[in-house]
Design a binder for this molecule. Structure first.
Ligand code: NDP
Ligand code: 8X3
Length: 245
């Protein structure tokens, strides 16, 4: 998910750190432009345009990696989205399915495709981009929050299964961050998306890139299990109580 937001900031950050990068996203033109830009600046970059919901395309992309890109040290499962803010009775079922297919099924398929190689090489770090929505409920969070709760528990359970290996797993859980996330959630309604950030402090994409960098650059004997990050001015609210009358 490198064509915008957190993923784009990570691509720039890790290119500067001289990492060899595999960048993905559906928007092929954006991806090509990014690969060209980073390549021209001296980075070693491979762009793979595919839809995370397309299992055959995803498996094919991993299976056909050029030799120089096969030994993946860090997988950042960042590609994801929220669609809609309606309550559960009104929400569009196809939106729910798109979130589950991307945030849950895409993430587990890519993880499963990359993990055996990491175990074989005895090195690797899975960094999942979860969300505070996985821990705290809010109106309209319904399935989006549930997908991120899945990511949180999947991250914990991965650690259990990998406890005898040197592999590491981290779940990064950001709060309100200004990226294309809200425009996507509001289905292209930029005015509605802008309102979400109006008057509020928010996380910048570069802040999350820095959190990921910090987690993966810890000494090899340290695993950062989870990082919850909110902007100043955001906090988990009270439980919902409806009172009659
Ligand atoms: P953006 O919309 O800016 O970026 C999302 C990225 O995911 C894009 O590169 C997009 O690429 C990619 N992506 C989405 N769906 C697919 C798909 N089906 N196949 C391939 N790539 C896909 O949002 P963010 O940077 O904010 O989001 C990144 C992650 O961070 C998401 O998992 C999101 O849930 C999470 N998050 C965001 C927060 C926020 O407030 N912004 C807070 C907490 C977590 P393309 O469209 O080209 O396919
Ligand atoms: C995005 C953060 O609070 O909009 O995952 O759900 S929030």
């Amino acid at each position: 998910g490198a064509t915008s937001g957190f993923g784009l900031a990570m691509a720039h950050r890790f290119a500067k750190d001289k990492a060899r990068l595999i960048l993905t996203g559906r928007r092929a033109e954006r991806l090509e432009a990014l690969v060209r830009e980073l390549g021209d600046a001296g980075a070693s970059v491979l762009g793979l345009a595919f839809d995370m919901r397309d299992h055959a395309a995803l498996s094919g992309a991993v299976a056909d990696l050029p030799e120089a890109f096969q030994a993946i040290d860090v997988l950042v499962n960042n590609a994801g989205l929220a669609l809609g803010l309606e309550g559960a009775p009104e929400a569009d079922l196809s939106d729910w399915e798109a979130m589950i297919d991307t945030n849950v099924k895409g993430l587990v398929r890519l993880t499963r495709a990359v993990l055996p190689g990491m175990v074989e090489r005895g090195r690797g770090h899975i960094v999942n981009i979860g969300s505070i929505a996985g821990s705290y409920a809010y109106p309209g969070g319904n399935v989006y929050g549930a997908t991120k709760a899945f990511v949180e528990q999947f991250s914990r359970n991965l650690l259990c299964d990998l406890v005898r290996t040197p592999l590491r797993v981290t779940n990064i859980e950001p709060g309100l961050a200004e990226t294309e996330f809200s425009v996507v959630r509001c289905k292209g309604d930029e005015a509605q998306a802008r309102k979400i950030y109006e008057g509020a402090a928010f996380i910048h994409a570069e802040d999350i890139a820095e959190a990921v960098r910090w987690a993966i650059q810890q000494p090899a004997h340290i695993n950062i299990n989870r990082i919850e990050i909110m902007p100043v001015g955001q906090a988990a609210g009270a439980l919902a109580i409806h009172r009659k009358g």
